[in-house]
Design a protein around this ligand. Structure first.
Ligand SMILES: [Ca+2]
Ligand SMILES: [Ca+2]
Length: 134
């Protein structure tokens, strides 16, 4: 009987504290670098979730033309499991006629994002990406 109670308790601790909450997130850019020689950057962002089960590509925003302060309307849904060191890797790209140009990458710690009220500003070598609640 005691053994059973012990296992039920262990099960509850495991499930209750690591319960997933779905986060809905949107991304915007601030003062992004001017990577195009004649016009300005045509930015888009790819989003990858890194967690216990490896990497999962969540998708990418559409690109917008000539905009260093874009606000993408695409919503990303993430199953946040607190305390499991989940991270989002965001890559900023500049859309080109040829191969797209990689601009920079930054990482969002999901536990920190959640504890700061679901808004984080992530620095790039120049400019930043802002992730917030959708
Ligand atoms: Ca451009
Ligand atoms: Ca471009």
């Amino acid at each position: 009987m005691l053994v059973m109670i012990k296992y039920i308790l262990i099960f509850c601790v495991g499930v209750c504290f690591a319960e997933a909450a779905q986060l809905r997130m949107k991304i915007s850019g601030k003062n992004l670098p001017d990577t195009d020689p004649l016009t300005t950057i045509d930015p888009y962002v790819t989003v990858t979730l890194v967690g216990r089960n490896g990497k999962q590509i969540l998708g990418k925003t559409p690109h917008v033309y000539d905009n260093t302060n874009p606000q993408w309307s695409k919503v990303f849904n993430v199953d946040h499991r607190p305390g499991t060191k989940q991270k989002l890797v965001l890559e900023l790209w500049d859309k080109e006629d040829g191969p797209d140009e990689f601009v920079g990458t930054t990482t969002l710690d999901l536990d920190a994002y959640q504890s700061k009220g679901q808004r984080s500003e992530l620095s790039l070598p120049k400019g930043s990406l802002i992730v917030k609640r959708a």
